[in-house]
Design a protein around this ligand. Structure first.
Ligand SMILES: Cc1ncc(COP(=O)(O)O)c(C=O)c1O
Length: 438
C-alpha cells in the first residue's frame, strides 16, 4: 500500500502543539529549588500539592465564574481523569449497594472497563443522547422503572463489600457523562437538562461523575476570550446553588478535570472538584493514603506553569485558535466531500451549535454501517477512524444511528492530512455505496 497512514481516531494533542520548551523551563526551575525538593520528590499530602490546589481553584473561579468562588478545599489532585474515575468508584460505590451505572449512548469507550473493574460488569445502562446531550427524561423513566422493579428485592440484603467510613457515603446509582464537547459526539448538554440531571441525582441518591476535560477548548463564535459563560455551567456549580444547594455534605456531583488535553496526556495530572467533604473522602482512597496524591513531582512542574499564567495564556493564544482552525478545516471538508454522500455531522457551528473539544461525529446514511466503512477505510486507504460501535454501552441495544456513527479527531493530524483523510473517507463511502470495494 503506498498511501501514507492517516489517523483520525487518535484523541491526542498533536506533538507540535505540546509546550515542550516552557515545560523544560518549569521543570528546571522546580528541580533547582532546594526548598521544594523534599516535597516534590517525597510522598505528597493525600489531597495533593497545596499550591497547585490553590492555583487550580483560582483558575477555575476565573474561567467558570461560578456564583461563589472556588476554594482550594474543593479541589484535590489526581492522576488524570481515568485514574480518578477509578478512585471515585473505589471510595463512593459498593458493588453490593450501588445498583447501576447510567451512561449516554454514545459514550467515551475507555470508561467501560473502569466500571467493570469496580464490579459493575453487566450493570451499565445506556441512555439516548440527542443534540442537547443526554435525554434526562429517558434517564428518569429508566431509573423509575428500575427502582419499581427492584422495590421488593434486595439482592444483597444488609451486606456491604466495604466498611462504613465517616469520610464517605455510598451512592445508589452513578451517572457518568461528558456534558461539554462530548467524546465522542461533540455534543453540549443544555443548561436546562443539566439542572434536571442534578435534581434527578438528588432524588435517586445518584452521583454524577462529569468528565469536564474539554471545557477549556471552546471556540463557538463570540467566545474568543475563552470565557465559558452560563451555557457550559458544570454540575458541581449547579449543585452548589440549585434549590438551596446540596442535600448533604457530599453533594451529588463531582467534576473530573485533566491537563491531558491541554498540555500532554503523559503528564497524568488532573484534579477533582466537589464539596469539601467529597474531596476529602476521595483523597482517603487506600491507594492515595499509601503515598499521597498521585503525580506529586509532575504537580510541582504544572503548578509553575499555572502560577505564572502560562497555561491560561497558552489555552487562549494557542489551543483555542488551533482548535478553531482545525475544526473549521475538518467541518468544511466534511461539508464539501461527505455531506453530498448523505453524511450528517455534529457539532455544526454553521447551524448554531457550540463547537469545541477534539471531535466531530458523523452519521452515515442507511444502509451503510460504521464497521463496514472503517474496515474498508483501513484496508484500502490506510485511514483509521473511530467506529460508532465501540462507543455503545456494553449490553445495550443501541439506537441504529450509533452503528452508523464515526468519530473523527481533528487535534492529532495536521490540517492538510485532516482534509486528505476526509477525502479518502469520501472515496470509501462512494465505493461502498456503489456496491463494490475501492
Ligand atoms: C471524556 C474523557 N475522559 C477522560 C479521558 C482521559 O483523561 P486522562 O488522560 O486525564 O486520564 C479522555 C481522553 O480521551 C476523555 O475523552
Amino acid at each position: 500500500m503506498s498511501l501514507a497512514p492517516i489517523d483520525l481516531f487518535k484523541g491526542w494533542p498533536a506533538t507540535h502543539l505540546l509546550p515542550i520548551n516552557r515545560f523544560k523551563e518549569a521543570a528546571t526551575k522546580k528541580l533547582s529549588d532546594k526548598s521544594i525538593l523534599e516535597e516534590a520528590f517525597g510522598y505528597g499530602p493525600d489531597e495533593g500539592h497545596f499550591p497547585l490546589r490553590q492555583n487550580i481553584a483560582k483558575w477555575l473561579s476565573d474561567f467558570y465564574a461560578p456564583a461563589q468562588p472556588i476554594e482550594a478545599e474543593r479541589i484535590c489532585i489526581t492522576g488524570g481523569a481515568s485514574q480518578n474515575l477509578a478512585s471515585i468508584l473505589q471510595v463512593f460505590t459498593d458493588p453490593l449497594r450501588t445498583e447501576r451505572i447510567w451512561l449516554p449512548v454514545p459514550t467515551y469507550h475507555l470508561v467501560y472497563r473502569i466500571f467493570e473493574d469496580s464490579g459493575f460488569h453487566g450493570r451499565m445502562g445506556g441512555v439516548p443522547e440527542d443534540e442537547s446531550g443526554m435525554d434526562v427524561d429517558a434517564l428518569e423513566e429508566a431509573l423509575e422503572r428500575f427502582e419499581s422493579s427492584h422495590a421488593n428485592e434486595s439482592s444483597s440484603g444488609h451486606y456491604t463489600a466495604k466498611p462504613h467510613m465517616e469520610y464517605r457515603k455510598i451512592y445508589t446509582h452513578v451517572i457518568y457523562c461528558v456534558p461539554s464537547f462530548s467524546n465522542p459526539s461533540g455534543t453540549v448538554m443544555s443548561i436546562k437538562r443539566r439542572e434536571s440531571l442534578v435534581r434527578i441525582a438528588r432524588k435517586y441518591n445518584a452521583l454524577i461523575i462529569s468528565d469536564d476535560v474539554y471545557d477549556f477548548l471552546c471556540w463557538t463564535p463570540g467566545s474568543s476570550t475563552g470565557t465559558i459563560g452560563e451555557s457550559l455551567k458544570r454540575f458541581v456549580d449547579i449543585d452548589r446553588t440549585l434549590d438551596n444547594g446540596p442535600h448533604d455534605r457530599f453533594g451529588n456531583a463531582v467534576s473530573n478535570g485533566s491537563f491531558s488535553k491541554l498540555i500532554g496526556p503523559g503528564c497524568r495530572v488532573g484534579w477533582a472538584e466537589g464539596t469539601a467533604s467529597f474531596v476529602y473522602g476521595l483523597s482517603q482512597a487506600g491507594q492515595t493514603r499509601s503515598g499521597g496524591a498521585p503525580s506529586q513531582l509532575m504537580s510541582t512542574f504544572i503548578n509553575e506553569l499555572l502560577e505564572s499564567g502560562f497555561v491560561q495564556q497558552y489555552v487562549t493564544t494557542e489551543l483555542i485558535p488551533q482548535g478553531r482552525r482545525r475544526y473549521t478545516t475538518m467541518s468544511s471538508a466534511v461539508s464539501e466531500f461527505l455531506v453530498p454522500l448523505g453524511v450528517t455531522f455534529s457539532p455544526d457551528h454553521e447551524k448554531g451549535a457550540m463547537a469545541g473539544g477534539y471531535y466531530i461525529w458523523l452519521n452515515l446514511s442507511e444502509p451503510l454501517t460504521a464497521a463496514e466503512i472503517c474496515q474498508n477505510a483501513e484496508k484500502t486507504q490506510n485511514l483509521v477512524v473511530g467506529s460508532g460501535d465501540i462507543f455503545i454501552v456494553p449490553g445495550c441495544l443501541a439506537p441504529g444511528s450509533v452503528h452508523r456513527g464515526l468519530r473523527l479527531c481533528f487535534m492529532w493530524e495536521d490540517s492538510e492530512r485532516l482534509v486528505e483523510g476526509v477525502k479518502r473517507l469520501a472515496v470509501v463511502i462512494k465505493a461502498v455505496q456503489d456496491g463494490g470495494h475501492v
